[in-house]
Design a protein. Structure first.
Lengths: 80, 253
């Protein structure tokens, strides 16, 4: 049973990781990267690494999107 | 270097990588195999030796505490570097954010967003405090709690405006929190030396396994790391926010 969960998590990570690379627009990429981060957190949790999963959630859901979105806002403001 | 030479170099490097990676992957435990003997040993030893139920925190803050000390200073260095890079340059000025339409104030967020921010920020602060104080019992600890606490401040920004959030996060306080947190880790490490043992020895009373205050220095280190990470991530967010909201290129006269 737990093997099946880990397999699902691995496929999710592989698919969403590829999707991050294939997304060309940085704004859309930030959202896809968030989905990839969620997959990673699920993978860590399925391997019973609760601490690492929690770190992945806080960094992937809070710190990374914040930095990417604020940087994009700054770059776009400069272009106007 | 010609294209041919580069391709040859790539072929040699790729072959070397494939061989070493292949040998490494062949040595991995098989898919779905049970936990390693090291993990089994720690699961038995850590609750007895350190009186904690979250074995990971015993590893990160005690058995391998020195690694975490270096990681703390990597974060401190990274935050200091970001602050340096994102300072207002000589051709930039700080002006309060203004609406794109001249002579109009920025409209405040809708009451629904404000209410959501009030609920979410208090909930995040509570979860952050819960995570940092229960680091020795349940998954989580100083790092995770610090990021959650810092995110409570961003949510205040989402529900209000730049001026309000700046009032609640004075730069001096954030910088002090970051620095004191990192320094506190070293001070707790030095307690071991004062007690006549090695650096980062767990010399504080261990308490009863399963209690919130247990694990000796592990609980204390969780608190200092929480302080450092909360300050560090709040500085990071406020530097990026300043760049977007208030720092702009000086208009040529």
């Amino acid at each position: 049973m737990s093997d099946a969960v880990i397999a699902v998590a691995l496929v999710w990570v592989a698919a969403s990781g590829t999707a991050v690379v294939l997304t060309r627009d940085p704004l859309q990429q930030a959202f896809v990267a968030g989905f990839f981060g969620l997959g990673l957190a699920f993978l860590y949790l399925s391997m019973q690494a609760g601490d690492v999963a929690l770190s992945q959630i806080v960094v992937g859901a809070i710190a990374l999107p914040l930095i990417v979105l604020l940087s994009l806002a700054k770059v776009r403001k400069g272009r106007e | 270097m010609s294209r041919r030479a580069r391709l040859a170099l790539f072929a040699v490097a790729a072959a070397a990588l494939a061989v070493t990676l292949g040998i490494g992957l062949a040595g991995l435990p098989s898919f779905g195999s049970q936990v390693s003997s090291y993990a089994k040993l720690l699961n038995v030893l850590a609750p007895r030796q350190r009186h904690v139920t979250d074995v990971v925190s015993a590893v990160t803050f005690d058995y391998r505490g020195i690694d975490t000390l270096f990681e703390e200073f990597i974060l401190l260095g990274a935050v200091a570097g970001i602050s340096m890079l994102l300072r207002p340059l000589s051709d930039e000025v700080r002006e309060l954010p203004e609406d794109k339409v001249p002579d109009r104030a920025i409209p405040p967020p809708s009451p629904a967003v404000w209410l959501l921010a009030v609920l979410l920020s208090s909930l995040l602060a509570l979860i952050g405090l819960e995570t940092v104080t229960h680091g020795v019992l349940t998954p989580g600890g100083g790092f995770q709690a610090g990021v959650v606490l810092a995110s409570a401040i961003y949510v205040v920004y989402l529900g209000t405006n730049y001026t309000t959030v700046e009032r609640y996060q004075p730069d001096a306080l954030l910088e002090a929190s970051d620095g004191v947190g990192a320094f506190g880790f070293v001070v707790i490490g030095l307690l071991g030396l004062l007690a006549g043992d090695v650096f980062l020895t767990n010399v504080v009373g261990l308490g009863v396994t399963g209690n919130m205050i247990a694990g000796g220095t592990i609980a204390l280190l969780n608190l200092t790391v929480g302080l450092e990470v909360a300050g560090g991530f709040a500085i990071l967010a406020s530097e990026f926010l300043d760049q977007t909201a208030v720092i702009r290129t000086r208009t040529k006269q």
